[in-house]
Write a protein that binds this ligand. Structure first.
Ligand SMILES: Nc1ncnc2c1ncn2[C@@H]1O[C@H](COP(=O)(O)OP(=O)(O)OP(=O)(O)O)[C@@H](O)[C@H]1O
Ligand code: SF4
Ligand SMILES: [Mg+2]
Length: 311
């Protein structure tokens, strides 16, 4: 039974490895997601930020159950308190749990886009709901009759959003929904997510555009090298680097063009050769000898952090 405090999505210590062949027939396991944990509650938008390759899309695909067949997952993913088994993922995918994928290639190339959206909606009202959603995203009725290859990048992205939300899912995972949309449409899209959350949906918003996310998100999760480095109220990101907990979150904020535009020297560790110390140790200005060892997440000042020195 779920209580009102049960998160819609709970990810606990998620790990993802890929088994692959290297140098002839030698099989290796590459652990690209090391430890991801986060919750998203009803009515909440949690934005996920982090460098390219940090594991944001893989988290989305793990929740939906659409990882490649050579992926091995450990840890737990719960939907409304229930472990998401492959059978439940199939049952909920596209209805209760919807993905707005990072790539527009997810649209079916052989089906008119209006039909794709109506099919995603399910019931008899679906066509009408799809039409209203098309209009809301500035897509004229004639667009419904087009095939994906006839759409511009921005139109295809709007069709993906409509197709995902038309069934009114309880959990929406949006993987970079705004690139190519233009400032006005991007703002309107995020405003729509806020309305969906205010209407009771839980939204996991993966984005590079933290400025835009800060207008609508309740909390921000910062990913680094396949781990959750920090989870903090969005308010802390608005207050600036001193309100944050993890040295990577602070460096991430400093690197934004609207701030100091100061790049972080170095790169995320390669998954095949992870350091024995904290994963950020090579780049961390706060590093001490005590940082040699795996670091667990802990609660701090109304958020969570994976750093032994954070205060
Ligand atoms: N099928 C795969 N086989 C092996 N490694 C993979 C596979 N898919 C993803 N990876 C690796 O897993 C890591 C995380 O990938 P992911 O796509 O989740 O990154 P991301 O945070 O979404 O990045 P971006 O911001 O560029 O979209 C990367 O290092 C990537 O190379
Ligand atoms: S544990 Fe140490 S190396 Fe890692 S982020 Fe914290 S201070 Fe830096
Ligand atoms: Mg991605």
């Amino acid at each position: 039974m779920t209580s009102k405090d049960t998160p819609v999505l709970a990810v606990r210590e998620l790990q993802i490895s890929f088994s692959m062949y290297r140098k002839g027939l030698r099989k290796e396991s590459l652990r690209v997601i090391r430890s991801l944990s986060l919750d998203v509650r009803k009515g909440e938008i949690v934005a996920v930020v982090g460098s390219s390759g940090a594991g944001k899309s893989l988290l989305a695909h793990a929740v939906l159950g659409i990882l490649p067949s050579n992926a091995v997952t450990e840890g737990e993913i719960l939907y409304k308190g229930e472990t998401l088994t492959p059978a439940l993922q199939r049952k909920y995918r596209g209805t209760e749990i919807a993905l707005i994928p990072q790539s527009v290639d997810y649209l079916d190339p052989l089906m008119r886009v209006g039909k794709q959206a109506a099919c995603a909606g399910g019931g008899p009202e679906a066509q009408r709901a799809a039409r209203a959603a098309f209009a809301r995203y500035g897509l004229e009725p004639r667009v419904e009759r087009l095939f994906p290859f006839q759409l511009s990048g921005g139109m295809a992205r709007r069709v993906l959003i409509v197709t995902a939300v038309v069934a009114r899912p309880a959990l929406i995972i949006a993987d970079e929904p705004t690139p190519g949309l233009g400032a006005e449409a991007a703002t309107e899209t995020l405003r729509h997510f806020r309305q969906l959350a205010d209407g009771g949906a839980a939204v996991l918003l993966i984005t590079h555009d933290i400025d835009l996310a800060l207008h609508v998100a309740d909390r921000i999760a910062v990913f680094y090298a396949g781990t959750t480095a920090e989870i903090a109220p969005a308010e802390d990101f608005k207050r600036g680097r001193d309100a944050l907990r993890h040295p990577y979150s602070k460096a991430f904020l400093d690197a934004l063009p609207q701030n100091a535009f100061k790049p972080i020297a170095g790169a995320q560790p390669y998954a095949g050769r992870p350091p024995q110390a904290c994963l950020f140790a090579d780049r961390c200005p706060e590093r001490t000898n005590a940082c040699a060892g795996a670091v667990a997440m802990r609660a701090l000042r109304g958020g969570e952090v994976r750093c032994i020195h954070a205060t």
